[in-house]
Design a protein around this ligand. Sequence first.
Ligand code: SF4
Length: 459
Amino acid sequence: MSFVWTRRPPGYIIKTGAVAARFRINFLYPTFELVETFEIDNLHITLDKLGASGYSKVSYPLRYGRYAEIKTPGHLFHFNLNGEVKFITGRGKDWPNPSEWLKSTVSGDWVYYSTGGYDGPYDCFGEYYLPCLHYASNGINSCDPFEDHAVESAIEALGPLHRKLTELSSGVLPASLGKFLDLVKSKPPAELSKKARRLSDIVGDSITVLPPDSRHVDYDLVPLIIADGCLYKCGFCRVKSRLGFRNRSRQNIDAQIAALRNFFANDLPNYNSLFLGQHDALNSDPGLLEFAAKRAFEAFDLKNSNLQDPCLFLFGSVDSIIGASFETFERIDRLSFKTYINVGLESADPQTLSGLRKGITAEGVRTAFAKIVEINRRYERIEVTSNFVFGPNLPDGHIESVLGLLGKHFDHHCPKGTVYFSPLLDADISGWKKNIKREFYKLKMKIPVPTFLYLIQRL
Ligand code: SF4
């Protein structure tokens, strides 16, 4: 239902209202809210749109939380509650696919969401959309959407749109529209490229890699570093921090939280999830981990987020998973989050581990995996997931060792304890890249737990 109710100033702005149903908790009891829309020249502006209130895996574009939208003849722009552009979709015939879009991440990176062609990415990645990154990673897609003129033009269209909005004087506009435009005007497109630096200044390091499980919340999370570095400094790793492992102090965590509240500002209610960094938060002091998770939950008011089901993501390691007591996992299980802990096991084959220059033993990997299986069995609100490397030049014993490890613990399908295979970055994979999906499917069929490829994505 929609209706025109006012015209101000005459002949220039048409303000219309639309009633939208929001099904927040219960489909039987929707709440009805007013959505304001405005027509200005060839811009169609909608304020305070209501997206879904929980993350879902769907094969069509779905937006979450609250946002504003500006439709131009060429594009559809979605703005977050800070007036920063978050999504762009092309509306012209040259746009690669009407179901695909560009996303600007919290660090200002552009990511193109591809449907992945005929066979789709779900079986490989566990999602209906494949995030295509504009920086070097371990992606397996052979085409680069950022070379498409329509995609490039969509990003460039932000400049003229911003100039046009700046020319509109907020003084003569309806208050809600003026407020929105003031926010957008305060965030020129050039500011997007500064967000990564601002964020790394706040948390004290760049978040070079997110756990694969953060795909469950479309990588939309608030970062908080509770411990720097990692334990192994593996030879094959391209995302490791230059810092040695060290817990942060509680004061440092509180300072990060205060600065993050300012950084996320009005858009904070559109987040429900937390990443505790950096590469091995499970190795930090258990009291510190609990302190940080509870403090962030309160300070970011995640209980009242526009999105339900808060999630906590962190990395663990072979040594931290073995070393953590079950009491630690009981404390994690009692948090207000569902927690995903991702552990890099890499291989259970000594020759492979040695080639990767990872300072762990095959015996350590077997012990850690047995503990992972036990944690997943005991704790309903914790899922520990594992990573193994995947590549054409690994020793013959590698895949055999992984299948042996899994076969020892599972004799039937188990829906919990996802296993990820991470295509190696530095392998000579020009020929293998074409076959990677086929090779992966052959492997996946032999594994009784959910199994996907790990696309390494930074925040
Ligand atoms: S793989 Fe993990 S443990 Fe190894 S260097 Fe990289 S971040 Fe550190």
